[in-house]
Design a protein around this ligand. Structure first.
Ligand code: ADP
Length: 395
């Protein structure tokens, strides 16, 4: 990709991930070209070369890609056939369709990881109530987890079911033609995430393994590195991420969401092939952020050092709450904690929506965590409720 001209990186999807890629692209001096769903989307506000259009429309996608040397993504929803077309036209989708299939379809992902001998929850594709009943019997009874194989995010197509009534409700809710995956409910100690970055030349970098806390399927808090994680298990998690990245031929960031079991194993929950919420801490807390490394990888440049800059970093998401304007949070938060890092996404504040995040880092985990939690709660307009918590409680 060397030549007289700096390559243009196309990004499909105008969310906060594309917005934060732009922040890294500024430092690298690499132009981004965005295909956004709306002119006021989070990334369209900051990327000057933006086309507003529908990525599911092949003509729109192909015309936009004419201006790109390489194409990457803010989300994993571009249909496989469209990705094939981009590849055939020489626009180099990174990651490519073969890799992305595993992030688009949970059944494909489970099949592949099982074939590689990588630990996953017990699972089965289930088409009717009898198949669910057979699976429930095989795993020793309810509860089980049902998931749409395609199209889910932030827990939106994941249901914990406790009885046959619950199964019927899910089967009624899921549109015809959407396959369902049944999984054993893993009694996990906590959720971990291992991020690897891989370039087409095969270079890899692995970030420290982090702990993530989810509430109602949404990531709310990430601690880097995961406190008290057995170093052998941490290495194993990093090896899983790097092996999956290599076997699936991933380009860019691969996030492997994991369950740590009480008996000291890790099971893969989910794969994402793009910068990931569990890597946001790296903007301020690592030598090279996941966004910069993602861009380096898709351009097949040497990767940057993923090492943490401080013993602890804690990232807390700002979810839309009672405060209508996030800007109002600045005076207090900035006066109280001059070392805090704040990232707001330019999104309209809607209840529960991810509208920004804060990261604190330092030597003392309790202090770092308290600072990040306080700031996020303040932006959300509910400082007192959140301040009393020693850690976020699952609802
Ligand atoms: P999405 O793709 O929408 O993010 P996930 O498959 O990651 O959905 O599931 C969302 C959350 O649901 C997980 O972070 C976890 O907290 C919970 N979950 C998912 N699968 C299981 C499982 N097999 N056992 C226990 N909890 C699960």
């Amino acid at each position: 990709m060397s030549g007289v001209k700096t390559p243009v990186v196309g990004v499909v999807g105008g969310g906060q991930l594309a917005r934060m890629m732009q922040q890294a692209a500024i430092g690298l001096g690499v132009p981004l070209r965005l295909l956004a769903e709306a002119a006021d989307s989070s990334a369209a506000q900051v990327i000057t070369d933006t086309v507003v259009g529908d990525y599911t429309d092949l003509a729109t996608l192909a015309a936009w890609a004419e201006g790109c040397d390489v194409v990457t993504f803010d989300h994993e929803h571009v249909p496989a056939g469209h990705l094939e077309r981009l590849a055939a036209d020489g626009h180099q989708p990174r990651p490519g369709p073969g890799a992305l299939a595993h992030a688009q379809d949970k059944a494909v992902m489970r099949r592949r990881l099982s074939a590689l001998g990588i630990g996953c929850p017990r699972h089965a594709v289930v088409a009717d109530p009898q198949a669910v009943a057979d699976f429930v019997a095989a795993v020793g009874g309810f509860p089980v987890v049902l998931k749409a194989t395609r199209g889910g995010y932030d827990g939106k197509a994941v249901w914990m079911v406790h009885d046959e009534m619950g199964v019927s409700r899910v089967l009624d809710e899921v549109p015809a033609g959407v396959a369902l995956l049944a999984e054993e409910k893993v009694d996990f100690r906590r959720e971990l995430s291992a991020l690897a970055v891989r370039s087409p030349s095969g270079q890899q970098a692995a970030y420290p393994v982090v702990e993530s806390v989810q509430r109602q399927g949404i990531c709310v808090e990430v601690t880097a590195p995961a406190p008290d994680l057995d170093p052998d298990l941490a290495r194993q998690a990093q090896r899983i991420a790097m092996r999956v990245a290599a076997e699936l031929d991933v380009t860019g960031v691969l996030a492997v969401e994991l369950f740590e079991t009480p008996d000291g194993r890790v099971l893969v929950n989910e794969l994402a092939m793009r910068p990931h919420n569990t890597g946001h801490w790296s903007i301020d807390g690592a030598v090279t952020s996941q966004f910069e490394n993602h861009l380096r990888a898709v351009l097949d440049l040497p990767l940057g050092d993923p090492t943490a800059r401080a013993p602890w970093s804690v990232m807390v998401n700002i979810l839309g709450g009672s405060a209508p304007t996030l800007f109002d949070g600045y005076p207090h938060v900035q006066a109280r904690d001059p070392r805090l890092r704040v990232h707001l996404y330019g999104k309209q504040v809607l209840p529960g929506r991810k509208v920004g995040h804060v990261t604190a880092y330092g030597d003392d985990l309790d202090d770092v965590r308290a600072r990040a939690r306080h700031a996020a709660a303040w932006f959300e307009g509910q400082p007192r409720q959140r301040l009393g918590l020693s850690r976020p409680q699952p609802d």
